[in-house]
Ligand binder design. Structure first.
Ligand code: NAG
Ligand code: NAG
Length: 146
């Protein structure tokens, strides 16, 4: 093969690799082996797990409510203030108490640079969020570094 066709083969390969890299995200279980539960520090987890990228999928796995487990859920909070105060008044319910079973609830990050605030409103007076540390935020980066 000539040098120039080697070069164009290489370029085609690079372009394909870049295209594949652009569309594939990672699947990330929130909390890792701790999953989505009361009392685990998700702010800390998110800091250590970052960066997150557009097209990464967050998986929330949690127990359905029972005598020993109060209900957990997943909300998207509208802004930093509501996140800081665990105020769910303008929040958007993504997954209810029953949706964390099996393979869990999946949420794919789409908006680059936009902070996205996640929290559970479970328990009396949003205890999951206020006392149970069940909140974190991510700022998805536009693309994975290769
Ligand atoms: C995300 O995935 C979509 C659909 O597969 C793709 O068109 C897009 O380029 C991807 N975006 C990034 C930043 O990877
Ligand atoms: C949770 O982790 C964050 C970040 O590491 C830390 O600032 C915070 O104090 C922790 N909260 C608790 C209650 O331990």
């Amino acid at each position: 093969m000539s040098t120039s066709s080697n070069l164009s083969m290489g370029l085609i390969f690079l372009v394909i690799a870049a295209m594949l890299g652009a569309s594939q995200g990672e699947t990330i279980v929130v909390g890792g082996s701790e999953q989505w539960r009361y009392g685990f520090n998700y702010t800390d987890w998110a800091l250590k797990r970052s960066p997150f990228y557009v097209n990464d999928t967050l998986v929330f796995k949690y127990e359905p409510p029972s005598e020993t487990t109060p209900p957990h859920n997943v909300y998207l909070l509208p802004n930093l203030w509501s996140y800081a105060n665990c105020d769910f008044s303008g929040a958007n319910l993504l997954a209810d108490a029953a949706e964390g079973g099996g393979n869990g609830f999946e949420f794919t990050l789409t908006r680059p640079w936009r902070p996205q605030y996640f929290a559970s409103s479970g328990g009396a007076d949003a205890a999951d969020c206020k006392d149970g540390l069940m909140k974190f935020f991510v700022v998805p980066l536009p693309r994975r570094r290769t």
